[in-house]
Design a protein around this ligand. Structure first.
Ligand code: 3PG
Length: 306
């Protein structure tokens, strides 16, 4: 019997799990749920006889792919698949997919929430600012950024974007695309980062770019910590006491923030961008349906390692 393992260190909402299980049962598959595991050993053991694996940010490295002797497909229920060793999976003939767009509104709402929190001085009672009339710079224009754009327009912000791959999409939505990342950072009151932890995006938020930020700017990161050059960010925040950094991913240098940048930063206690019932349901159900489509009909539409 085909076995689907749902392995989530950070569990989906129960309603999502129920619907995912129903889809599997209807397809004649067996479901195993591994939630809130703290030891990698638990995942290695559970994946042993699984034919399909659904994960979130759970690390699927060579060891996990080796342990999954029967694995045919791994679906990252979400957007960023930097947690999966896609190249090794390809070597082993294992299809890796993500579920693009399914949790993007949740992340976008968090990005806007963090921007408001920062511009209101973290609700500390002092006089803050408003987003209306300010310029929002979108660093990247994937599904999350497009949702942030939609919400920001409603708030009365002017939205600009720097993107290499989605220029046509941005222009068709009436957005001004800046000529460079430096230009985007220079014209924005709030910059929201929306690029994946891959290739040229790694450490792309560096001093060269940061130094162009306007006075009093807010930098919002709901993407990945790897896209920020953290050492240079700290250096920059030391030089520029007017800058605030809010993130859904605590940086490796959190201690330095605590010691030196009190009142100018906020990090969520755990990555929570996609942690809503709606996003869990959308991404979880999409992941399960993609597995059934792949195993039953060979549909590899969302494969990221072909
Ligand atoms: C994603 O890449 O989809 C988001 O960062 C959400 O990640 P999560 O599933 O670990 O919450």
């Amino acid at each position: 019997m085909t076995k689907v393992l749902i392995a989530t260190e950070k569990p989906f909402a129960p309603a999502a799990v129920a619907q995912m299980s129903k889809i599997c049962e209807d397809a004649g598959y067996q479901v195993q749920l591994l939630e809130k595991y703290t030891e990698k050993e638990a995942l290695l053991e559970a994946v042993g006889d699984a034919h399909a694996l659904i994960v979130r940010s759970d690390k699927v490295d060579q060891q996990v792919l080796e342990a999954g002797r029967e694995l045919k497909i791994v679906v990252r229920a979400g957007a960023g698949y930097d947690n999966v060793d896609t190249a090794y999976a390809k070597e082993k003939g294992i299809c890796v997919m993500n579920t693009p767009g399914q949790n993007s509104n949740a992340v976008a709402e968090l990005a806007i929430g963090l921007a408001i929190f920062a511009i209101r001085n973290f609700f500390n009672g002092t006089s803050g600012g408003e987003l209306r009339g300010r310029v929002l710079g979108l660093h990247g224009y994937g599904y999350v950024a497009r949702n942030v754009h939609r919400i920001a327009r409603g708030l009365g912000m002017t939205v600009k974007v720097y993107t290499r791959y989605s220029k046509a999409q941005a222009t068709s939505e009436g957005l001004e695309v800046t000529n460079s990342l430096e230009e985007l950072y220079a014209v924005s009151d709030v910059v929201s980062i929306h690029v994946p932890a891959r290739g040229e995006h790694i450490k792309s938020v560096s001093m060269d770019v940061l130094k162009h930020l306007k006075k009093g700017a807010v930098l919002v990161n709901t993407a990945r910590k790897e896209v920020v050059n953290e050492e240079e960010l700290c250096q920059f925040m030391t030089e520029r006491a007017d800058i605030k950094y809010v993130s859904d991913i605590a940086p490796d240098c959190t201690d330095r923030f605590k010691q030196e940048f009190e009142g100018r930063y906020y990090f969520t206690p755990k990555k929570i961008g996609a942690q809503t019932a709606e996003a869990n349901l959308n991404a979880g159900v999409a992941a399960t349906e993609q597995i059934v489509g792949f195993l039953e009909k060979g549909d590899a539409t969302f494969q990221v390692n072909s």
